[in-house]
Design a protein around this ligand. Structure first.
Ligand code: GDP
Length: 726
């Protein structure tokens, strides 16, 4: 049977109008995994009986234990819609925001996103996050409202109450979609509705579903469904209106095929020459064109080694091809190509444009790479709004494991670009930085269990930032030989500009004019925008000098010094963000030998750090939005858990039979939250956090925390005297 399905998929791969590349995205626990199992069972990939228990997509052991989906896994299936067979390539996305990077990458590979929302809970913070990630990539949404059985059996709602509730879910989701697509001129109305058939609903657990088209086809209406559900005749419900048919019909009917999607999506995600042959190949999904593969995920197969999975935007990928990998020199040779079936890889001869391919041999590729048969402008870097906020040290228990541990850490950072790894081969103590406590826990467990390397981990440490809060005076930076001087000032960048930079929407890679316009639109004045010399992280260097001899040939060193001094801010050697640095003037030695790296880099560092201190630089700490759902009697305990952590409760309201507490708290204080909230509420609370950027740490806490970090890093603990404002 499996072989037959593979053959069927291979046939369909050449018919782009019969292909749908989709993702299912949801807030954690809303039922994405259960729904996915239904689809696989419906397509004959797993047995109907085990759907819902098998959790086929959660292939990693730790995912099954935790009951959450972490790695984006891929699976292809076929579905007959209106007499024509379709190939549906489904990319799994993680539900927990700690793993937000994976969601964005999965979206790059697909053209449609089925957003799953729990009928009882309604749209939740991560519903908003995944919608935003989809829309930003030009991916079209549809809605599936899950757990409708609970409205009927558990909450005993009548038809009117139910209708009201479902309408509210649809309305909330549409408000989000409208807000996010307002300024997108390449998108028509993407709101969803029951009438259009872009909304489906049902029960993934009991395997039934309905939509407007399905009601028309089966003749079943809501009243009948309520009757059957109330009388516990779920088997009949499933037989008469199976969920997988309803959802896969919706996918085939409403999601764009690659021919329809690529002309719209390519300009969103690729900034190369729109008139070039390559651009045409990609817009036309041309299987004869140059090969272009966007890698969205790197996985490991115990036998085949590293597997790069991604979307083929043009050409046909085959064994033996030598392909360029963006960001690296030279080419890699394709060893095999395959497609995914229920999480397992099946080798095939070739994968043409419009499909998802699993490729081995691309040893230099990382998640996010552009792989192509000609050298080309790579795809836009995938936007990560969430930056690492927490760090943990890992050491091998056994010195003999050191090489294997280093290799594994390198691998981990290839698979998950939201992880940052610092390898220290001398001490053997490596640092992993990630999106949250859980994220790091998952990674270290994987190293221990999958790789069999026992490790010792340190306490989680929060990552801070340093940022100027005022306009500095013009200060002087002097080189060790005193012959080179730089005159600089610093001012804080506006929040809008910082966000623009963090999203990668103004970079040195883009054409100057485009960058200037983006910065001016975010509020930068014209003269400043014209003089942008360099962008580093969310900091900008402005060159306001005129006609200084030798400056051009020295600029590269200035930039090197600038980057170094921004990596290690003057307070506690944490990264600097949100600084606009102006170079006003410079004195350079005539003779190149006296203005080499050993002179210019320290001089720049002196100018940058002195001006940052004059700009009253302060420590920023990462914060998280926290949402807790609890029974009424535990509400006080839940809000106390937020307030007791230097947090703030912003809202408390009733939803269904539970109370919702929403607030905000520093990441530092959130360490250990999961066990505390469990004991404070007798385990009856469910909760979620979402990184919400950085904010200035309260002034009275600054000196102690700075001291602590300096001590930990082995720096001098006394602060430079210019920091007297603290
Ligand atoms: P995911 O985190 O979005 O992948 O959610 P899961 O598929 O793991 O489901 C979370 C929980 O909700 C599990 O206990 C499921 O059994 C349950 N669940 C999923 N779908 C339904 C449904 O339609 N009705 C009910 N009553 N429970 C469901």
């Amino acid at each position: 049977r499996r072989k037959k399905i593979v053959q069927e998929c291979e046939k369909l791969m050449d018919k782009p109008d019969q292909i749908r590349n989709i993702a299912i995205a949801a807030h954690v626990d809303h039922g994405k995994t259960t729904l996915t199992d239904n689809l696989l069972a419906g397509a004959g990939m797993i047995s109907q009986d085990t759907a819902g228990q098998q959790l086929a997509m959660d292939t990693e052991e730790d995912e099954q234990e935790r009951g959450i989906t972490i790695d984006a896994a891929n699976v292809s299936m076929t579905h007959e819609y209106e007499g024509t067979n379709h190939l549906v390539n489904l990319i799994d996305t993680p539900g927990h925001v700690d793993f937000g990077g994976d969601v964005t990458r999965a979206m790059r590979a697909v053209d449609g996103a089925l957003v799953v929302v729990d009928a009882v809970e309604g749209a939740m913070p991560q519903t908003e996050t995944v919608l935003r990630q989809a829309l930003r990539e030009g991916v079209k949404p549809a809605l599936f409202i899950n757990k409708v059985d609970r409205l009927i059996s558990e909450l005993q709602e009548g038809p009117e109450e139910m209708q009201e509730r479902l309408q509210k879910v649809i309305g909330d989701v549409n408000d989000l979609i409208r807000g996010m697509t307002d300024d997108m001129d390449d998108v028509d109305d993407w709101t969803v509705s029951i009438q259009d058939g872009t909304v489906g609903m049902g029960s993934a657990l009991y395997k039934w579903g309905i939509s407007m088209p399905s009601m028309q086809r089966t003749g079943m209406d809501f009243g009948e469904i309520i009757d059957l559900e109330q009388n516990d005749e779920r088997q009949e419900l499933h037989e008469r209106t199976p969920l997988s048919d309803v959802v896969l019909d919706m996918v085939c009917e409403h999601f764009p095929d690659p021919l329809d999607a690529q002309p719209r999506r390519i300009p969103r995600v690729w900034r190369g020459d729109a008139e070039s042959d390559l651009a045409i190949d990609m817009r036309e999904v041309d299987p004869e064109g140059e090969v272009v593969l966007m890698v969205t995920d790197i996985g490991i197969d115990p036998h085949a080694g590293e597997i790069a999975a991604g979307r083929v935007f043009s050409g046909t990928i085959e064994k033996g091809q030598n392909l360029y990998v963006s960001g690296t020199a030279g080419t890699n040779r394709v060893q095999s190509v395959g497609i995914y079936m229920g999480g397992e890889r099946e080798e095939v001869d070739r994968v043409p444009a419009g499909n998802i391919a699993a490729v081995t041999g691309l040893k230099d590729a990382i998640a996010g790479s552009t792989v192509s048969s000609v050298e080309m402008t790579p795809f836009e870097s995938i936007e990560h709004i969430s930056e690492p906020v927490i760090t943990k040290s890992v050491e091998a228990q056994n010195m003999d494991d050191l090489p294997k541990l280093i290799e594994t850490l390198r691998q981990v950072s290839k698979e998950d670009p939201t992880i940052r790894i610092e390898i220290n081969e001398d001490t053997g103590e490596h640092l992993i930085s990630g999106q949250g406590e859980l994220h790091l826990e998952v990674i270290t467990q994987r190293i221990e269990r999958n790789q069999g390397i026992p490790v010792i981990t340190g306490e989680p440490i929060v990552v801070y930032r340093e940022s100027p809060t005022a306009q500095s005076r013009e200060v002087e930076g002097i080189s060790p030989n005193r012959h080179n001087r730089f005159y600089m000032s610093v001012e804080p960048l506006s929040e809008d500009i910082v966000e623009l930079l963090k999203l990668g929407e103004a970079t040195m890679d883009m054409p100057e004019l485009e960058r200037r316009e983006a910065l001016m639109e975010a509020g930068m004045d014209k003269d400043t925008a014209q003089n942008v010399e360099h962008i580093y992280g969310s900091n900008i260097l402005i060159d306001d000098t005129k006609g200084i001899q030798h400056l051009n040939e020295t600029m590269e060193l200035v930039i090197e010094g600038l980057e170094e001094s921004l990596d290690d801010g003057p307070l506690a050697a944490e990264p600097v963000e949100g600084a606009l640095l102006r170079l006003h003037d410079a004195r350079l030695h005539e003779d190149a030998i006296h203005r080499g790296p050993a002179q210019v880099i320290p001089a720049t560092r002196d100018a940058v750090h002195t001006s940052l201190m004059d700009a009253e630089i302060r420590l920023l700490e990462p914060i998280q939005n926290v949402r807790i759902d609890v029974p009424n009697e535990h509400m006080g305990a839940a809000s106390g858990e937020i307030q007791g952590r230097r947090g703030r409760v912003d809202d408390m309201y009733q939803e269904g039979d539970l109370m919702v507490v929403e607030g905000i708290a520093p990441v530092d204080e959130m360490i250990g939250f999961s066990s505390d909230i469990r004991s404070a509420t007798e385990g009856r609370a469910s909760w979620n956090t979402e990184n919400a950027g950085f904010r200035v740490l309260a002034d009275n806490l600054q000196p102690d925390i700075i001291h602590e970090i300096r001590e930990r890093k082995g720096m001098k603990t006394e602060l430079p005297e210019q920091i007297n404002y603290l």
